[in-house]
Design a protein around this ligand. Structure first.
Ligand SMILES: [Zn+2]
Ligand SMILES: [Zn+2]
Length: 331
């Protein structure tokens, strides 16, 4: 099968013919239709995350169809089913985190497209227990970005509890997706962009945001929560200053530049800063329960498998108009 392979961080991926994987017990062999490109793929390719499997097939927002099931009598999937494969690929099920409904923090967790091979390929295998059925109302391209931008964005959103006034710093694909769910659930939305990015601010208002402005501005009202989608550390104290008492800042990314120091008074009165790591299967079940109802719209740009480097380069340069999605079979 054809695959795009990372031999070493900070090198371009190589198009290779590699052996088609075979499913072991409980695994699905999946013929991949699409795989969306996540910022984390960039962090892996650029060597910003430690100890990836090498050589590695990146990609963890995988949509495909089950071609074979490795000896399993009671799989929740059947041959031919459409399936989504996310970032969380395997957990041990027995560490203290797994036993307390926090499998996202599992000591032994394995991650698709990072510590196990992912979806920049024609086929992959995945542990069926970590795969999802996907809602019919989204096609293979539309649904791919939901598998990480959507899922981990949703976990960030859930961390904000029932915050009425919700801020979002950075309004890229994940934010855009989660904003639609937040508005559907009746939150008041305040969007912060790069100072002067009027186009994105207009887009946010058109979507239904109460207010949009630069990240150097304060919102017209204090916020109950803010999610930071940009990997920019100085946004953390900026967001803290925008919070009401008891508010929470949720850092949604896997990687962020250093956070500058700030006065304790900005944290005082029970304000909270937290990060979000990975996802649990429960997050996925909840999310895929909501998205058939909300119909979140995503902007995408499609690329062929062998164009993965182009997609990554354009992502890195900030030149994408939507989430990059690799499409395996372009006839
Ligand atoms: Zn565990
Ligand atoms: Zn991701």
């Amino acid at each position: 099968m054809r695959a795009m392979v990372l031999d070493k961080p900070r090198q371009a991926l190589q198009l290779r013919d590699v052996e088609k994987p075979r499913p072991s017990k409980g695994q699905l062999l999946v013929r991949i239709a699409t795989c969306a490109v996540c910022r984390t793929d960039l962090h892996v390719a650029d060597g910003e995350l430690p100890d990836p499997k090498l050589p590695l097939i990146p990609g963890h927002q995988i949509v495909g169809h089950v071609e074979e099931i490795g000896e399993e009598l009671n799989s929740k999937f059947q041959v031919g089913d459409r399936v989504g494969i996310p970032w969380l690929g395997w957990t041990d099920g027995k560490c203290a985190f797994c036993r307390s409904n926090r499998e996202n923090l599992c000591d032994q967790a394995r991650f698709t497209g990072y510590t196990i091979d992912g979806g920049y390929a024609e086929f992959t295998v995945a542990d069926a227990r970590f795969c999802f059925h996907l809602p019919d109302r989204y096609d293979d391209v539309e649904v791919a970005p939901l598998l990480c931008a959507g899922l981990i964005g949703y976990r960030s959103y859930r961390k904000t509890g029932d915050a009425r006034r919700l801020g979002m710093y950075g309004f890229g694909n994940a934010a855009h997706l989660i904003a639609q769910i937040a508005l559907y659930e009746g939150r008041d939305l305040f969007v912060f962009t790069r100072p002067g990015d009027m186009e994105t601010q207009q887009n946010a208002k058109a979507l239904g945001a109460n207010w949009a402005g630069g990240s150097d501005e304060l919102p017209p009202e204090k916020l109950d929560a803010a999610i930071i989608f940009a990997s920019v550390g100085p946004l953390v104290p900026a967001a803290l200053r925008a919070l009401a008492k008891g508010g929470i800042v949720v850092c949604g990314g896997i990687h962020m530049s250093d956070i500058p120091s700030f006065p304790y008074a900005d944290l005082w009165e029970e304000r909270i800063i937290t990060s979000v790591a990975n996802l649990t299967r429960r997050d996925g079940d909840e999310f895929f329960d909501i998205v058939p109802r909300v119909r979140v719209l995503t902007k995408t740009e499609t690329f062929r498998l062998e164009e993965a480097n182009v997609a990554l380069d354009r992502f890195r340069a900030g030149e994408l108009k939507g989430t990059a999605v690799l499409v395996m079979d372009v006839n």
